[in-house]
Each structure stands twice: as structure tokens, then as C-alpha cells.
Design a protein around this ligand. Structure first.
Ligand code: SF4
Length: 352
């Protein structure tokens, strides 16, 4: 695989009436230059891009349910579900459709518009896909957008999930290629890219982001964002996670990241992927309201809503609703003003 420095990105915006422009490219250097901007300048640029593409007061609420917890054979250094770490997470079997239905109904009643189902597998087997497809049908029938994160997909799996009504598949790149090996050794970066390609080829929308605060450098954070923006097209949904330091995992004692650096990551994701839903994901509970408010200013327009993520805590739902009210934000599905990320639109240069 070529290095990240050699993998520029296609820009995906043009006016429908204009001919498709030659793909513009994001290099890691250009992304890092965004990171290096003075904070007010970076936030101004990100907010400008956000307003050009979305109603900036609209925030998507997505709910995440762990449908099969723990016992995972992988060694992701941040993950309490890896069987090899002693984190107190009990392994469980795949949930029954009735249990998932109940959880999805609760999420919908609380205002969630997207329901994500996560299973701690390295890669699901054919029989697992059949069962998850049934769950997708169940959730879809409630009128919710559906998303699943099940690990690496083999040929045919993404199509089966699509046929069941899956809207999004989540598979994160986690970090920059040159840092990835410090965090995960049981599968490589290309495995992740291959699964993302299968998802895209099946016509399922891509949810793909990463985790910051794992000890990577700013250059490596830029490398992650460049990789995401390099996907052609870039993901419709980009979760930006902050490491949650879980006792028993190798990253339990990782030094905390400067919160402004997290906000910068959100801003740079917004600028480089203007029509993606940029989601505040893991780590919100530790962030506090003021940092979250800065993230919304930086262009975040989606959050995970619900008191638990897969296994780690998340802000209480009432606290989230109050924060939305205090900030004058509205809960809903932010629609890209000029189409979606798969529809190229006029290059709108946000590069420095
Ligand atoms: S992140 Fe996913 S693949 Fe990695 S250990 Fe956790 S459950 Fe397994």
C-alpha cells in the first residue's frame, strides 16, 4: 500500500449544473496545515463550511446498542471487549430480535433517528449475517435508519445486509496507517480498507471515523483525517471518538489529549468532508459541556444518544436534551443543503 502522503483525496462537491471537476486532493501536509491554524481561524473556517452545507442548528441523534458483547479475539488496544484484556466485560451471545426491538422502540421514542447495532466479532460468519439481517429488518420496520458494526465483512455479506434494509455500515480506520500498528496487530489497515470497499460496492452508506487521544501525534491525526477524506467518496458519516481510558486495556494510562486538539480534529474533519455527518462519539461523558459546545461550533452535527455506548458510559439523555436546549440546537436529521457526499459538488476550497 502506498503511504498516506501519496494518497490524496477527491473533493466531492460541484454545482449540479457544472461539469465534474478534476478531483482535488488532500495531502497529509494540507490537512496538518489546517490543524496548525490559529484556533479562532480554524473554527471560523469549519463553521463557514458547516453553514454552507447544513443547517448548523440541527443535530442527529443516533443510538448504539451492543447486540453481542465481549469475547472478541482481536487486540485493539483501546477496547474493553477484547477477550485478552481483563476489563470486567462479560461476553454475551447475540441478542434476540425481541430484545433488540424493545431497545430500538425506546431509542425511537427518545428521539433517535438512527439505530446502530454493534457486535464484537472479528468477522461475522454467514449464519451471523443471517441473524443480523433479521435484526436489521426488525429495526427498519420501526422507521429508523439502520447501521451495523460487525467487524470485517466477507464477499456477499454487505449485499445481504443491504437487502435486509441496512442503511449504514460502520467500520472505523481508527488512526493513521503509520500509528495503527501501535494499537492493533491482529489485522491490518488494508483489511479495513477492503471491508469499506465491499460496503461501498454493495451500495450501503459508509460510517467511518477514528479515535484520537491514543498517543498519536498531530501529524498522525492529520494522517487519519486525510485517509478518511481520501476515500472515494468520503464517508457519509464520520464518528470522531475520544479515547475512553478503560482499566485493563493497554491504553488505560494514556496521557489525556488536550481538549482543544479534539475540537481541532472535529473542525478539520468538517472542512475536509463538508457534507459528512460528523459525529461526536465515544468520550463525550469526559468532555464536559463547554468542549462539546466548541465541537458543535467546529461542525459536529451528530451525537450518540443514550446512556451507554457499546460498553462505556455516555452522557445521560436528559443532560443531552438540556445541553441541546441551552445551545439552541435542534434534534433531527441534518440534510446536506447541496445533496449528499456521493454527489460531487463544486469544489469549495477550504484548504489553507
Ligand atoms: S474494537 Fe471491535 S474488533 Fe477491536 S477488540 Fe473491540 S470488539 Fe474486537
Amino acid at each position: 500500500m502506498s503511504t498516506v502522503f501519496e494518497q490524496p483525496v477527491a473533493m466531492h462537491r460541484r454545482q449540479p449544473s457544472e461539469p465534474a471537476a478534476a478531483p482535488a486532493r488532500w495531502t497529509v501536509a494540507a490537512v496538518q496545515a489546517l490543524f496548525d491554524l490559529p484556533f479562532p481561524e480554524l473554527l471560523h473556517r469549519a463553521q463557514t463550511v458547516h453553514r454552507e452545507n447544513f443547517d448548523p442548528t440541527m443535530v442527529e441523534f443516533a443510538t448504539l446498542l451492543s447486540i453481542k458483547t465481549g469475547g472478541c479475539p482481536e487486540d485493539c488496544g483501546y477496547c474493553p471487549q477484547a477477550a485478552r484484556y481483563h476489563t470486567g466485560v462479560e461476553a454475551s451471545k447475540l441478542m434476540e430480535p425481541a430484545e433488540v426491538l424493545e431497545a430500538a422502540q425506546r431509542a425511537r421514542d427518545a428521539g433517535a433517528t438512527r439505530f446502530c447495532m454493534g457486535a464484537a466479532w472479528r468477522a461475522p460468519k454467514d449464519r451471523d449475517i443471517e441473524k443480523v439481517a433479521e435484526l436489521v429488518r426488525t429495526v427498519k420496520a420501526l422507521g429508523l435508519e439502520t447501521c451495523a458494526t460487525l467487524g470485517m465483512l466477507e464477499e456477499g455479506h454487505a449485499q445481504a445486509l443491504r437487502d435486509a434494509g441496512l442503511d449504514y455500515y460502520n467500520h472505523n480506520l481508527d488512526s493513521a496507517p503509520d500509528f495503527y500498528g501501535h494499537i492493533i496487530t491482529t489485522r491490518d489497515y488494508q483489511d479495513r480498507l477492503d471491508t469499506l470497499a465491499r460496503v461501498r460496492d454493495a451500495g450501503v452508506k459508509v460510517c467511518c471515523g477514528g479515535i484520537v487521544g491514543m498517543g498519536e501525534s498531530r501529524l498522525q491525526r492529520a494522517g487519519l483525517v486525510a485517509q478518511l477524506a481520501n476515500l472515494d467518496p468520503y464517508p457519509e458519516s464520520v464518528p470522531i471518538n475520544h479515547l475512553v481510558r478503560v482499566q485493563g486495556t493497554p491504553l488505560a494510562d494514556q496521557e489525556p489529549l488536550d481538549p482543544f486538539e479534539f475540537v481541532r480534529t472535529v473542525a478539520v474533519a468538517r472542512i475536509t468532508m463538508p457534507q459528512a455527518r460528523v459525529r461526536l462519539s465515544a468520550g463525550r461523558q469526559q468532555m464536559g459541556d463547554a468542549v462539546q459546545a466548541l465541537c458543535f461550533l467546529a461542525g459536529a452535527n451528530s451525537i450518540f444518544f443514550g446512556e451507554k455506548l457499546l460498553t462505556t458510559g455516555n452522557p445521560d439523555t436528559q443532560a443531552d436534551l438540556q445541553l441541546m436546549a441551552r445551545l439552541g440546537l435542534r434534534q433531527g436529521q441534518p440534510a446536506a443543503i447541496r445533496g449528499d457526499a456521493t454527489s460531487p459538488a463544486a469544489p469549495h476550497c477550504a484548504k489553507p
